[in-house]
Design a binder for this molecule. Structure first.
Ligand SMILES: [Zn+2]
Length: 677
């Protein structure tokens, strides 16, 4: 690892914040090197690590006060700003060292009551450690290469061999007051060191300048990397690979079994040149079951991954039975671990869900499960780095993680759980919804409404540019798909399964509106209308139900019917006839899928400005009724123009109606001649 310090960049950072209040050069440089550390995933991941600087700021009565600016919770070092470094008055902070004990609540209070700005985020849980050390700049990471040395039974001897007296070793103690005192004592007993190695946890370095502390950090990591790369070893034996399509078959089964009650997980598959050999290790069942590389990963990955042995010869039923068996034993072990540790500590804790977050499938890859896409991605990132730590540790010696007892303290530490946030989940959180015709009109409105309800979306349309814009506006993946092609619809459903691990429902919305008298419409045109306005719904429903059956946790099918299905108009037969068939199709799915908890419903909307009909047609239709276009849109019982959003909200409410199936909801402002019955 090499230093990425640049004098020019450091100076540019100082200039950038020159005119900002409460940002002096110390704070600007603290931002600069914090970002250098935070942007390298081999050093810290997703909000891990922390940094600080001791400096002087002006308080509200104009006094210069010595402060500790330390990373605030909720900030990521890679993108940190001065606001992410809350300033804690340091004057009386050191006096806390005289206390014998300080509860977590008292520690948080001690930090918050010393803030210069009451609106600051909570200072890091390692604030006191930064505060009790005398150095101006302090940098802390959980670098992969360092963890490979300190996650060892004889870590102390290895650290001595690699670092001599440059770094002092601190035995493992959970972050907080006790660790802060121990780290300060260790430093005072070794006043010439450049930093501290916290066994089973990570690296602290310090210095008089931002550059010195940062470069000592990089040098320490570099030394660890060189030490490991000078050794050889390992027991890698690649197992046979599973078929490339195996994931699409496996993921929905796994996802369905992981989900329970209202809880659903999104899955992310990772493969790659570092993952495959790890999964092929003959000792995988041992090395993967020792625990996380650093304790704060436990809240993202759980203590242990779930191991699956899927063979290419297994069919869906065999895969399901295998997952049932492994998952049941995983959950039993988890419940037993929480009970055992809570009893030992005489603590009453609310047990978290017993589900794995990392699933290892040799021959296929690592699968991360999360209640959100972000949580799954973070889990996968962390486990990829866990793999590189384990591999390097096994080359150096023997990978050893913290005992379950210590990990329990971390997993059930209120200050750690607070990092996951307490926001109550949105109604469709963890649900995957596939939407066709999403580029504009009702489809685009559905995309926005389902996203607002918390769903993870897979958007399709045949028109790429507007589709990309809608997808970008809500951060959803998208694919150009011609829904008239059965093959392409099936492939696209597979792609959505690959993206999220499964499916919970769809809005089958894409359509065209050919016109002309029914007795003279060209047969080809009628067939084309049936392809888009009827068969596309069938292609999508049959492909989706295959996934929903494999998942076994229900789901919803939502069809965009039309007023034309119930109250056809002159000259719109080529549109109305297949739309009437869609209503029959919806009912048929309701009949045949009720036993697997899959609900099938439709929305019957009318006169929405969606671009389905071209404006000239609208003018003509309005004129035929003696109306202008605006009045045409309002010619209903409520004299109210129906918006695409009204239709989208009806789809969302059907997605959330657990007892409704085989139903058509009308959203047309009121048109009694078109009411379904
Ligand atoms: Zn840490």
């Amino acid at each position: 690892m090499q230093s990425r310090w640049s004098d020019a960049d450091a100076q540019a950072t100082i200039e950038r914040y020159r005119d900002e209040p409460q940002v002096n050069e110390d704070v600007a440089l603290r931002v600069y090197t914090s970002r250098l550390i935070g942007q390298d995933p081999a050093l810290v991941l997703h909000g891990g690590g922390n940094t600080s600087v001791k400096t002087t700021l002006v308080d509200d009565i104009g006094d210069e006060v010595p402060v500790l600016c330390v990373k605030g919770s909720g900030w990521d070092l890679g993108t940190i700003e001065p606001a992410g470094l809350p300033a804690v008055r340091i004057g009386s902070l050191g006096a806390l060292r005289d206390r014998d004990v300080l509860s977590d609540e008292d520690m948080v209070n001690a930090q918050r009551t010393r803030l210069i700005d009451s609106s600051s985020p909570n200072p890091s849980v390692e604030t006191l450690l930064h505060g009790f050390l005398p150095h101006k700049f302090i940098d802390h990471s959980h670098a992969d290469a360092i963890l490979a040395l300190i996650d060892q039974p004889d870590a102390e001897a290895i650290c001595k061999e690699v670092y001599g007296d440059r770094l002092a070793v601190v035995p493992y103690v959970m972050a907080g007051f006790t660790l802060a005192k121990l780290a300060a004592e260790t430093y005072e007993n070794n006043p010439d060191v450049e930093g501290l190695l916290l066994l089973k946890h990570g690296l602290f370095t310090f210095g008089d300048t931002a550059k010195e502390s940062y470069e000592r950090h990089i040098q320490a990591v570099d030394a660890a990397e060189r030490f490991a790369s000078g050794k050889t070893g390992g027991v890698q034996v690649a197992r046979g690979s599973l078929e490339p399509c195996a994931y699409e078959a496996l993921a929905p089964i796994l996802r369905g079994k992981l989900g329970a009650g209202e809880r659903r997980y999104l899955l992310t598959l990772r493969r790659g040149p570092a993952i495959d050999p790890f999964l092929g290790r003959t000792d995988l069942a041992s090395v993967s079951q020792r625990g996380p590389a650093t304790p704060d990963h436990v809240i993202r990955t759980k203590r242990l991954p779930l191991l699956l042995d899927i063979m290419p010869t297994m069919d869906g039923a065999a895969i399901g039975a295998h997952i049932d068996e492994r998952l049941a034993s995983y959950r039993e072990d988890y419940v037993a671990y929480v009970e055992r540790e809570a009893n030992y500590k005489e603590r009453r804790v609310a047990q978290l869900d017993p589900d794995p977050r990392i699933i290892l499938v040799p021959g296929l890859g690592l699968i991360a499960a999360g209640t959100s896409e972000k949580a799954a991605r973070i889990g996968a990132d962390i486990y990829e780095h866990t793999i590189s730590v384990i591999e390097a540790a096994e080359v150096v010696g023997c990978y050893e993680a913290l005992p379950a007892r210590d990990l329990f303290d971390m997993e059930y530490w209120s200050l750690e759980q607070a990092k996951l946030g307490k926001a109550s989940p949105k109604p469709l959180e963890g649900r995957v919804v596939y939407i066709t015709g999403a580029a504009r009109g009702i489809g685009a409105a559905c995309a926005r409404a389902f996203a607002a309800a918390g769903a993870s979306l897979y958007l399709t349309d045949r028109d790429e540019t507007p589709l990309r814009d809608v997808a970008a506006s809500i951060g959803a993946p998208f694919e150009v798909v011609d829904v008239a092609s059965e093959e392409k619809v099936r492939a696209s459903i597979d792609h959505s399964v690959r993206t999220f691990g499964g499916l919970d429902g769809f809005v089958s919305n894409a359509g065209i509106a050919p016109q002309g008298p029914i007795d003279s419409v060209a047969t080809e045109e009628l067939k084309r209308s049936f392809e888009v306005n009827f068969f596309s719904h069938q292609y999508l429903a049959s492909a989706a139900v295959r996934v929903l059956r494999a998942q076994g946790v229900g789901g919803f099918l939502l069809f965009n019917a039309s007023k034309a299905a119930f109250n056809p108009g002159k000259g719109l037969g080529a549109y109305a006839v297949p739309k009437a068939a869609v209503v029959a199709l919806m009912k048929q799915y309701a009949i045949e899928c009720g036993d697997i908890g899959v609900r099938s419903n439709a929305v019957n909307a009318d006169r929405i400005r969606t671009g389905l009909l071209d404006p000239d047609d609208i003018e003509r239709r309005a004129a035929a009724r003696g109306l202008d276009a605006d009045a045409y849109y309002r010619s209903n019982l409520l004299s109210r123009e129906v918006a695409a959003e009204d239709v989208a909200n009806a789809f969302v409410s059907l997605a959330l109606a657990p007892s409704t199936t085989g139903c058509v909801v009308t959203v047309d402002g009121g048109n009694i001649a078109a009411s379904p019955r």
